[in-house]
Design a protein around this ligand. Structure first.
Ligand code: ATP
Ligand code: MG
Ligand code: FE
Length: 333
């Protein structure tokens, strides 16, 4: 099965052609980061306008790169949510138009499922598995007893990990999104400050990052007020150490308590070097017979290839959407 997939939930306009849910024939991603940078974050109206301007040529480019035409395509998949309503609507409208005009089935796919299934483009998935989803809007542990079945066993009670990165980046005056830059800075700095590790000892799989975020921001403000020198690289290293320690510890604990074959890392923050390394080390040391899959950097951030991967099991189950499909900004797994 050949799936044309479209992703437009936030500030990336993307289209991909995916074969059998595991092979990328094309994956075109147009990032809008430059347009949002001067505002220090994603401006929804600006994002929608860019999606409208880009979507047709991105879809065409993805077909061309894959060397296929709409006739070869078996289904059109699109992110129906979660995300920004205006952004989602552009992708949903484009997918509906393509499906209708070419008499192809339409598949409505969950963006977070997409982040998880990005791993299927790396290795065949084996169930049961556990996925740590860390992105701009989500931080959760998802248990999958079988293909297409999602149980969220823990999640953040406040900020997502990526959100904490981006807000601290903003206070430090770093370009948006701050996550990538802070990660690089963390590797240049020393862990001189001991920031809180929230909920580390608690007997659940939930997370909390707002206390950590406030502690870091207060430290920066206090130092500025007193005219003290603080090294932003040390702040980055200390903050990242706290985030990574909690994420890894809770994930390993869940992985030990669930009968899993694989552990997957997913979402934009999966690009974090510190997290990738710490998780690899912890799995090697503490989990026997669990296969760890970490997506390449190109599949961590938002992209349509992951939507095409997630859509494949829906395609096999003939889980098709109506042409009346609407965007669902608050969609849960
Ligand atoms: P969601 O997937 O929850 O709907 P989103 O799609 O906006 O949200 P993603 O695109 O999946 O989020 O991820 C973007 C986030 O990843 C941003 O917060 C960004 O700062 C963060 N990020 C990207 N690279 C890194 C990195 N190397 N270290 C930490 N964070 C990173
Ligand atoms: Mg983005
Ligand atoms: Fe995302």
């Amino acid at each position: 099965g050949l799936i044309l997939a479209i992703e437009s939930s936030c500030d990336e306009t993307s289209a991909a052609v995916i074969k059998n849910g595991d092979t990328i024939l094309s994956n075109i991603v147009a990032s809008q980061i430059k347009s949002h940078m001067r505002f220090g974050g994603v401006v929804p109206e600006v994002a929608s306008r860019h999606h409208v301007e880009q979507i047709t040529q991105i879809v065409e480019a993805s077909l061309e790169k894959a060397r296929v035409t709409m006739e070869d395509i078996d289904a059109v998949a699109v992110t129906e949510g979660p995300g920004l309503v205006g952004s989602l609507l552009i992708g949903v409208s484009a997918a509906k138009a393509l499906a209708f005009a070419n008499s192809k089935p339409l598949i409505a796919t969950n963006h977070i499922a997409g982040h998880i299934y990005a791993n299927q483009l790396v290795q065949p998935l084996q169930f049961p598995l556990l996925a740590l989803v860390v992105s701009g809007g989500h931080t959760e542990l998802v248990y999958m007893p079988e293909d297409g079945v999602f149980e969220t066993i823990g999640e953040t009670r406040d900020d997502a990990a990526g959100e904490a990165y981006d807000k601290i980046g903003r206070v430090l005056g770093l370009p948006y999104p701050g996550g990538k830059v802070l990660d690089e800075m963390a590797h240049e700095g020393k862990e001189t400050l001991n920031f809180p590790r929230a909920m580390l000892q608690e007997d659940n799989y939930d997370f909390s990052f707002s206390g950590l975020k406030s502690a870091v921001i207060n430290t920066i403000h206090n130092a500025r007020q007193k005219g003290d020198d603080i090294d932003p690289y040390d702040i980055a290293a200390s903050f990242q150490a706290a985030v990574v320690e909690v994420l890894v510890a809770k994930t390993i604990r869940a992985a030990k308590e669930k009968p899993i074959k694989q552990l997957l890392l997913a979402g934009g923050v999966a690009a974090n070097k510190g997290l990738r390394e710490a998780l690899r080390n912890a799995v090697a040391k503490e989990l026997d017979e669990v296969e760890l899959i970490i997506p390449p950097l190109s599949l961590c951030g938002d992209n349509a290839a992951m939507i095409g991967a997630a859509a494949y099991s829906q395609y096999q189950n003939q889980d098709f959407a109506q042409l009346s499909l609407n965007a669902r900004p608050g969609l849960l797994l």
